[in-house]
Design a protein around this ligand. Structure first.
Ligand SMILES: [Zn+2]
Length: 380
């Protein structure tokens, strides 16, 4: 072949490929539009049906009453972050934010200074336990003493994270049980100091179940496989519940707030029995709104019956996500989308509670439990 013929040959090939690239996708698209039945099955992520339901909607951008968020996390916030927080809080009627991530010692002092010091009356800081000296004899008494010091330095409660009971182990490998007697001194100290313990025990029960197509949290476990709690590595859900309930019984003078509806949001009767047996137990609704929103009648009746035991909380802070809580608590809107699909592939319903109950959930119950919040900032 001479060079001219070669060029002509390759030009023809190039044009043919180019034409094919343009025409093929268009043909495919036309076929898609015309014949959806020939499509492949969509994946669970691709299937996003738009509801055709026409019904009354009440978008609630701002809570009906000032409220306390009992469950928020801000690790070592800077002054600028706190300034921004307060501005955002004002837009949604969030009067007092409880930062559960205060740490202990110097870290706690810094967080207290940057939050409470700069905006008195707008923030509460909870202390956390350090497990650094867990293996040295006398840990419980030392942890209790540190907590007392933290409270002197401005902490108004103790938050216990979920590693407690699941991942936390002694040097020999023995798991720290939720009702481990070593920690009795800490919980008794909370009663003495009259501060509440907000405690996260276990995880949604589905995380302990096999990750198969029947698992309600299949999608979340696909996205975050590390959230699975397989029996080879973790105690069963029921073991953790038994230990937790024993802890509540062992310290009747200590007030406990079980985070995330105590992971009984999918079984409110069970949560009711826990309340009946333990007058010192409360819950927050942080990150489990979808549990209440899928059973609006039961949720409504439950909140009426246990109106003194439930507290407003959000968990991961995002100012634009509170409105789902307002809408669920304050309206009877039906079948609306939830803000985090991996928590709930279902839509939720408002379960509107009367104002007196709403006030308790929004702030009155927190005012009772957490010392040092100015009640003057809230309606009667
Ligand atoms: Zn949390």
């Amino acid at each position: 072949m001479n060079s001219r013929r070669t060029i002509t040959f390759f030009s023809i090939v190039a044009v043919a490929i180019f034409a094919a690239l343009i025409v093929w996708p268009r043909t495919a698209m036309t076929q898609q539009d015309q014949a959806p039945e020939k499509q492949q099955m969509p994946t669970i992520d691709e299937y996003q049906p738009k509801s055709t339901l026409v019904t009354k909607e009440h978008k609630v951008e701002r809570a009906r009453f000032p409220f306390i968020d009992i469950h928020s996390h801000h690790w070592n916030p800077t002054a600028e972050e706190v300034d921004r927080l307060v501005k955002e809080m004002d837009t949604i009627n969030l009067r007092v934010m409880v930062n559960l991530s205060g740490g202990t010692g110097e870290e706690l002092k810094k967080t207290v200074a940057v939050m409470k010091g700069r905006f008195p009356g707008r923030f509460v800081v909870f202390a956390n336990m350090s497990y650094e000296d867990l293996n040295a004899p006398g840990f419980g008494k030392r942890a209790a003493a540190r907590l007392e010091e933290d409270v002197k330095n401005g902490a108004q409660g103790l938050k216990i994270f979920k590693n407690f009971g699941m991942d936390l182990k002694y040097a020999g490998g023995k798991r720290v049980q939720v009702d481990d007697p070593e920690f009795d001194a800490v919980f008794e100290k909370c009663a003495e100091l009259e501060i509440p313990v907000l405690i996260h025990v276990a995880e949604p029960s589905a995380f302990f179940d096999p990750w198969d197509y029947h698992n309600e949290r299949w999608q979340e476990l696909k996205e975050f496989p590390g959230r699975a709690r397989p029996p080879a590595k973790y105690p069963p859900f029921e073991t953790l519940m038994t230990e937790r309930n024993h802890l509540f019984q062992k310290h009747p003078k200590t007030n406990f707030i079980a985070a995330h509806l105590g992971f009984h949001g999918n079984d409110l009767e069970r949560l009711g029995r826990l309340f009946d047996a333990n007058p010192n137990v409360y819950v927050d609704i942080a990150a489990v709104l979808a549990e209440l929103g899928r059973q609006p009648y039961s949720a409504h009746d439950f909140l009426i019956k246990y109106q003194d035991r439930v507290l407003m909380g959000k968990d991961i802070y995002e100012v634009n996500e509170y409105k789902w809580y307002f809408r669920a608590l304050e309206t009877r809107d039906e079948y609306f989308e939830y803000y985090r699909k991996r928590h709930a592939f279902w839509r939720i319903y408002g379960f509107q509670v009367p104002d007196e109950v709403l006030k308790k959930v929004y702030y009155k119950n927190a005012l009772k439990l957490v010392p040092g919040i100015d009640s003057q900032a809230f309606p009667e």
